[in-house]
Design a protein around this ligand. Structure first.
Ligand SMILES: [Zn+2]
Ligand SMILES: [Zn+2]
Length: 97
């Protein structure tokens, strides 16, 4: 795992069986999603936490969660040079190397 970036949100989520089954059922050759994911948004962001679950070409599936609920939503990339989804809260994240 990467060392924690000081500006990253510390929230984490463990996917439940139904969510893992959802990813397993996607017709992709993408590697299996990890069962535990960390929020990739800026520390102190508004709204739901978000972690990239799976990416197939231009479409990504992000897990978004709050203290009480979680859901999986499709997104495209943020239009700037950024590794987050279009419309994400908080500041932009530099592209992954
Ligand atoms: Zn977060
Ligand atoms: Zn962005």
């Amino acid at each position: 795992m990467d060392t924690e970036e000081p500006m990253a949100c510390p929230a984490r989520i463990t996917l439940d069986a139904a969510q893992l089954a959802f990813f397993d059922a996607l017709p992709t050759k993408a590697p299996s999603v990890q069962s535990e994911l960390g929020c990739e948004l800026e520390r102190g962001h508004e709204g739901s936490h978000a972690a990239l679950g799976q990416q197939v070409e231009a479409t990504m599936r992000w897990i978004q969660w709050t203290l009480s609920a979680s859901e999986i939503n499709p997104y495209t990339w943020c239009p700037t040079d950024c590794s987050l989804f279009d419309g994400h809260p908080g500041g932009h994240a530099p592209s992954r190397c």
